[in-house]
Design a protein around this ligand. Structure first.
Ligand code: TXA
Ligand code: MG
Length: 357
């Protein structure tokens, strides 16, 4: 399949520029497009064949449901049944934006789109290109992240081209995604709202609107041996992984740097290159290895925005092992560490504090 690449300037564009892509969606074809979180791989959510194509293009297991993207709140009535008031309160507070709600699905949504489940995930993106594309197409757009299954999500059109060129009909290049981590997912089908995936909208922000909200157990787990089943089917799969094994090093900054520097020396002696995921504040402290700066510790948003891009960058370098600093202590820490832990297959190296030695 020949993939057409259409460049759009997010700051200033006419809806006509999206008409060819919108037509593709109406015809059951696949269009990758930017959103404020990550790029999405879109198809008509009401067309079971289009959904099946999405799974195929990504190489995604068919029990892993897709998020349906909408441009107006009234779409909720067509996609879901028994919509609780809480959904409208959340929509008022956070839509359009990086929040996905799980609701009981309406019979109109094919089970191919929902991975066989009786619930449906719905999100209204705020990115102007995504919003205009959905409006223009006149369909609801099922869209998982636009990466090959298992790889880091895509935050730039270059990443999408790398993973999906020749596998989708159109890729819209709208520049870098501003947030860089996928949406927060909240399940509203149970008695207490449950966060199935942490994201840019934090638990505290949700609690302000909902009163009570809890994390699904699987979100908080810190090791693969903890035997909890993820309620978001996608969260059970190995994910985001760079090609080389990745280890997260936890401890005080100076200790982490000392440890990684020592490992880099050892590896170099064996002819192996060490990849290092560092920050603006620490990057100059590393004396060997191949250092990539993910963002600024003082600016958690910059780390979220740079994470997937940095994980992908290692793949082009031939490093044989990667060490990453830890980010638990910043405001987006829950979401960042959730992705990083998965990328690392939960491999954490915990350094003892000096005083404990
Ligand atoms: O920010 C985002 O959410 C991006 C952009 C493109 O909107 N999309 C995205 O989709 O991250 P995806 O498919 O990569 O991740 C969707 C997650 C998966 O873990 C999936 O299992 C879960 O949402 N999910 C979807 N429908 C669900 C449902 N009915 N019940 C529970 N989990 C669901
Ligand atoms: Mg994904």
């Amino acid at each position: 399949m020949k993939t057409e690449i259409i460049k759009i300037n997010r700051e200033q564009f006419e809806e006509e520029e999206l008409e060819a892509a919108a037509k593709c969606l109406r015809e059951g074809k696949l269009v990758a497009f930017p959103t404020e979180t990550v790029y999405g791989l879109g198809g008509n959510a009401f067309d079971a064949t289009a959904s099946a194509r999405i799974y195929e293009a990504k190489g995604r297991p068919s029990d892993n449901p897709l998020i349906v993207h909408i441009a107006e709140i009234k779409a909720l009535e067509e996609l879901a049944v028994d919509v609780p008031d809480a959904a409208y309160h959340l929509a008022d507070a956070f839509w359009p934006g990086p929040l996905t709600m799980i609701l009981k699905k309406s019979p109109r949504v094919p089970k191919t789109t929902t991975g066989g489940l009786d619930t449906v995930a719905v999100r209204m993106p705020s990115d102007p290109i995504a919003a205009a594309l959905i409006r223009c197409s006149g369909v609801y757009v099922a869209a998982p992240s636009a990466n090959k299954s298992g790889r880091p999500s895509t935050t730039k059109a270059e990443h999408v081209i790398e993973d999906l060129d020749g596998r989708v009909d159109v890729i819209i290049d709208g520049g870098a995604a501003t947030i860089g981590l996928e949406s927060t997912i909240v399940d509203l089908t149970g008695e207490v709202p449950l966060i199935l995936r942490p994201g840019y909208i934090t638990a505290e922000q949700l609690a302000e609107v909902l009163g009570e909200v809890r994390f699904d157990e699987a979100v908080l787990k810190k090791s693969p041996s903890e035997n909890v089943v993820a309620r978001a089917p996608g969260m059970k799969y190995r994910h985001y992984a760079p090609k080389a094994p990745l280890y997260i090093v936890e401890g005080r900054n100076e200790e982490v740097i000392r440890y990684i520097n020592a490992e880099a020396v050892k590896n170099a002696a064996e002819g192996r290159i060490t990849g290092i995921l560092a920050t603006e504040e620490t990057k100059k402290c590393y004396t060997g290895g191949m250092v990539f700066c993910v963002g600024e510790r003082a600016n958690a948003e910059s780390i979220a925005a740079g994470l997937f891009d940095t994980l992908r960058s290692f793949d082009e370098t031939g490093v044989s092992v990667i060490y990453s600093e830890s980010f638990a202590d910043n405001p987006l820490g829950t979401a960042i560490m959730n992705r990083l832990l998965k990328a690392a297959g939960y491999h954490i190296i915990r350094l003892k504090k000096d005083e404990e030695k």
